[in-house]
Design a protein around this ligand. Sequence first.
Ligand SMILES: Nc1ncnc2c1ncn2[C@@H]1O[C@H](COP(=O)(O)OP(=O)(O)O)[C@@H](O)[C@H]1O
Ligand SMILES: [Mg+2]
Length: 403
Amino acid sequence: MRRCWSCRRCCSLRCAARFVAVVVVVVVVLVLKPDLAPDAVNKALQRCTDRESKKLLQNLCHNYTRGLIAGPLCSPLCSKMTIIYEQCLGHGNKIALKARWTDRWIVLKASKESTMAYYVPWNRNDHTIIMTTNEVARWVYDFVVSEVNPYPIDMAFLHDRLLSNLVTKGGNYSRAAVESLWSVLQQGEFLKLFLLAGNKHIPDVYGWCGHMYAMEYTPIGDAFRRLKLRHTMSWKSRVKIGLSFLEMVRSFKETQYGELSLCDVQETNFGLRTSDFTVQAIDIDLALLPQTRSNFVSQAEKCTKDSECDFFDCVAYCNYKTNNCTSQMKSSNFQNFCHDIFKTKYFVNQGLLEEAPHNVAHELGEILTKCASVPPNSTVKFPETYYSDLYNRLHSLLSKESQ
Ligand SMILES: Nc1ncnc2c1ncn2[C@@H]1O[C@H](COP(=O)(O)OP(=O)(O)O)[C@@H](O)[C@H]1O
Ligand SMILES: [Mg+2]
């Protein structure tokens, strides 16, 4: 009897162990091999699979062959096949796919909400509408102007970089061409990539097909990857990356459309070109030009403290007399870089400029502590040159270290 009992217990223990092993194997397979996992599991884990990504591109090309969408990238992607899908990079707010375009890597992106069903300033059901080139130019111009207001936009620039890419039919634009252009223009990232093209801290944008656009591939730098316990990059390399972040601060402060505020500062939103240690902002959904920033701030409810006037990492001052958020910014790109990139954000990782050599560790630590701080409220103002002095000190210290 006793033997039997222990035998049964043994068996149930063995069964349980086998069951646990099977579960572990299944979980490991599903985690490591997304293509074997059911779509529901991948969706829950916010993962994209090759199967799903290829299907998405097939649908896009299907719409192209049916004449529903157009754009300068449709031919290389769908008929010449010079753009080849490689791997899925992300399935968060946007779909991001890595692909090879002849001799270079690119990223194909589309906001998940973006479909061809975007609001269009014409009647979709009215098929008699003729979209004259002048009419379309006016729609595009008015839309872009409203986004960069009060800064001017050059009509010739819009024509050369956007409209000249559209296919015309007897002096008019094809409907597919206009609707596709409209759908990428509505995606904040595309518009900013396009407007800021030429800035070395912004990836190049190569074109679009339907609602999908292509940009330069600049992978996330290992040096500022989250959850890294120890630096594997040399101090000199980290210094060069730090200098590139400072250069980014300077160039975003004075774009031709005013200051570009990065409101989502986290390591995964920056790419690193390792050939020359240039840092690029690769996710600029939440990089705001003054017009959009003041729209967000003015939408805020009544405030009683500054922290109620925030939009992610962008914090504005609260006016305690009127209890309204002001458009004056309390945070800046420089402060946010000091706080979230140069220094430790979480205890589990190390900031880019931490663990410095002994000869500079003390001075650097002092600068970083100061530049990561913000005035406690709008009644306490740091001297006007407080941050610019710290910027200059950090820049000269890093410049010396990079020699
Ligand atoms: N230009 C790029 N070069 C290399 N990788 C990129 C690029 N843009 C995005 N990625 C990768 O794709 C991921 C998702 O893209 P992202 O624009 O950050 O989308 P989301 O808005 O969903 O966060 C990023 O975390 C990054 O790993
Ligand atoms: Mg992102």
